[in-house]
Structures are given as C-alpha cells and as structure tokens.
Design a protein around this ligand. Structure first.
Ligand SMILES: [Zn+2]
Length: 98
C-alpha cells in the first residue's frame, strides 16, 4: 500500500533581525515553505523567493552549501534521512542573509 507522504526537507537557513528562518522543500511537488511570520500571512516571503530564484537558475535544483568541515559520515547519513540532513545544515550549512 502506498501513501502520499509529504516529504518536507530543510533546504536553507536564513538569519534575519527576526531570528533564524528555515525554508523547506517538498521533494515531490517542489513546493517551498518558510517558518517566518511573513510566509504565514502571505504564503510568500523573501526567503522562499530567494530559494525559488536559485532553483530556477539551477534547473529546478537547490544547491545547498555545506562546509567542507562536515564529517563524511554525517554527510552520508544526511542523504538518507531528512532529519540527518536538517542536522547537517544546522551544524555545517551556509546561512544566508537576505
Ligand atoms: Zn520567510
């Protein structure tokens, strides 16, 4: 039996004066969402637009930047689980400021 499971994955962390915001990508539909107040009110925000623009420039793929200091074992684990990927980004991902 198959279930239509939504698979949200953290794509990019942003630092702004309202805190740290997380843009997540739904890996099947390529929908984006953000946890900032602007997105909750308008279903759009500068963070989501930033990621969408980069995806458009890159053939629909968002290239997440992760520090080369990230241990290979963590990077490998991150490819198999959204939770491990989230931890990798939090620990070693590049934080964008928009
Ligand atoms: Zn946002």
């Amino acid at each position: 039996m198959r279930f239509a499971v939504k698979n949200w994955q953290l794509s990019q962390l942003f630092l702004s004066d309202t805190g740290v915001h997380e843009v997540e990508l739904e890996t099947k539909s390529l929908k984006l969402r953000c946890n900032c107040v602007g997105f909750k009110n308008r279903s759009s925000c500068k963070h989501v637009r930033f990621v969408r623009e980069r995806m458009d420039q890159n053939g629909g793929v968002y290239a997440t930047h992760v520090s080369t200091k990230a241990p290979a074992i963590e990077a490998n684990l991150a490819m198999h689980s959204p939770e491990a990927f989230r931890n990798l980004l939090i620990n070693y991902g590049k934080i964008e400021v928009v």
